[in-house]
Design a protein around this ligand. Structure first.
Ligand code: 4AD
Ligand code: MG
Length: 467
């Protein structure tokens, strides 16, 4: 049967009728009557199925019975023009082999529409649905586009460690990594845990960010980016937080905040354009099924300059909104960290476009951000998107050795563990900047999915690490 080369369904759907073809895939649906069966076959290469026409005369009843939703098939036949609407060609089958049967009584993904919530409980199989096929292909396209973007700009892809001693963001929500026997933890004379007995001889955790090592790279080869998993033990059960998520962190020597904002804006616009140019079949499917405004919203952000506004101006806008009767769940005044309701108000209601917020109070931002002359704000930037809120967080970095050390002390952080980082400011310090794009936040935007658990194949959230 395999003397003909197998074609992917994506390719078959664009071929001229007449050829002898071999297709392999999984059955989405089967319908028809005693004389003829119509099988919708999908192999994951595209959201679209190819229709296989099986004349009952050619195939035993026993074989056709095994062609059920979820079963895998190898199908040989002639590609013919399709009289039905919806597809140009279909396969008139001459040989069908059932590669793997799929018990219709037990297979959880039947034709009837299932909720996204139910699908999360069968995340090992949900990848087989149209929805997750579309999400996975877009996810793949975005990962490729990210590497393409930076490669074309001459950035170096830097691999930063996942196991680390430092809490880059200072939020203290790290997953500890240890090989110690939890039933028999070694203690020192004072009764504290003796980490010298642990695998690395010190207390280690999974990283919350590759930035600090990224800065070492940027101050060596100029412009780098990281792209890897990061881990945060925040106990936030929201549609926008994961305990394990992927982040892209470019870091650039000689960039000030202005340059940083320009790069961030160009970067996300490039990615959204790439999705529109390369993933239209999947986008149309998701647009029609989940989010009617998806494609329009994507086109909207690439066409306009983002709004730049300082934190202080944004607080004034939000305070005025509250005075005018807008109700927020969380209070807002100078010094508070914005909640996503505030971010979305600014983006969706007030400006009607993506917003770049800058110059935050230093007390709500990490130790490494460049301090402004006013003594109370830092050169941070958050990029806020419609429906998502914060999609990017970044800053110009504090390049002055004295100011950096003073800030570390002020926050009561240990300088000893950070000497390697502080060395960047001792030896040839340069102005530099960077930011982090949350990969799954980007995917929320370019898939229209409402819950971050539905844009990563195997989500990790509090009390959920199955599959
Ligand atoms: O704003 P964050 O915490 O910034 C950093 O980690 C910096 N070190 C980045 C840098 O300057 N190199 O995180 C960056 C982005 C956020 O804007 C958000 O998109 C995403 O990472 N993010 C999360 N995504 C999913 N789940 C979570 N729990 C996330 N926390 C942050
Ligand atoms: Mg942030």
């Amino acid at each position: 049967m395999d003397s003909i080369h197998r074609s992917k369904i994506k390719a078959l759907l664009t071929m001229e009728p007449g050829a002898e073809v071999l297709a392999k895939g999984w059955v989405r649906t089967k319908r028809g009557n005693k004389q003829v069966k119509f099988i919708a076959l999908n192999d994951g290469s595209t959201i679209n199925n190819i229709q296989v026409v099986a004349n009952a005369e050619l195939f035993s009843e026993d074989l056709l019975k095994k062609v059920t939703t979820g079963a895998s098939l190898s199908v040989k036949g002639t590609l013919v023009a399709s009289p039905g609407s919806g597809q140009a060609v279909e396969i008139q089958a001459s040989e069908i082999e059932v590669l793997g049967e799929c018990d219709p009584m037990r297979f959880p993904l039947q034709k009837k529409d299932t909720t996204l919530e139910f699908l999360r409980s069968v995340a090992h199989l949900r990848l087989r649905t149209n929805t997750f096929g579309a999400v996975l292909r877009i996810r793949n396209a975005m990962a490729f586009a990210i590497h393409k973007f930076f490669n074309e700009k001459g950035f170096v892809y830097l691999h930063t460690p996942l196991i680390t001693e430092s809490d880059a963001e200072g939020a203290g929500d790290m997953f500890q990594v240890t090989t110690m026997d939890l039933k028999n933890i070694p203690l020192d004379k004072k009764g504290n845990v003796d980490f010298s007995k642990d695998f690395f001889g010190k207390k280690t955790s999974l990283t919350v960010s590759g930035q600090l090592e990224g800065e070492l790279g940027a101050t060596a080869v100029g412009e780098i980016y990281t792209f890897g998993p990061t881990f945060r033990a925040e106990n936030s059960n929201t549609p926008r937080h994961l305990a394990e998520f992927w982040m892209i962190e470019p870091e650039m020597a000689f960039y000030d905040l202005e340059d940083n904002m320009e790069l961030a804006e160009e970067f996300v616009k490039y990615l959204v354009s790439y999705a529109l140019d390369n993933c239209m079949d999947d986008l149309r499917f998701l647009n029609d099924k989940y989010d009617e405004g998806l494609i329009e919203r994507m086109q909207g952000v690439i066409g306009i300059p983002f709004q730049r506004v300082t934190y202080t101006q944004a607080v004034e806008i939000l305070e005025k909104a509250v005075a005018d009767g807008v109700k927020f769940e969380y209070p807002v005044h100078w010094g508070t960290d914005f909640q996503s309701e505030h971010e979305r108000y600014l983006v969706e209601k007030y400006f009607g476009k993506p917003v770049i917020l800058i110059d935050f109070p230093k007390d709500i931002k990490a130790f490494y951000m460049k301090q402004n002359e006013d003594g109370r704000t830092v050169r941070g930037m958050d990029v806020l998107f419609p429906k998502i809120g914060e999609i990017i967080g970044g800053s110009e970095r504090e390049a002055s050795l004295e100011k950096l050390e003073a800030r570390i002390d002020e926050l009561g952080m240990s300088r000893r563990n950070l000497e390697w980082y502080i060395d960047t400011r001792r030896y040839g310090s340069v102005p530099h900047s960077g930011f982090g794009l949350g990969f799954e936040r980007l995917l929320l935007f370019v898939t229209g999915m409402a819950n971050i658990r539905d844009v990563i194949p195997f989500p990790r959230t509090p009390k959920n690490a199955e599959f």
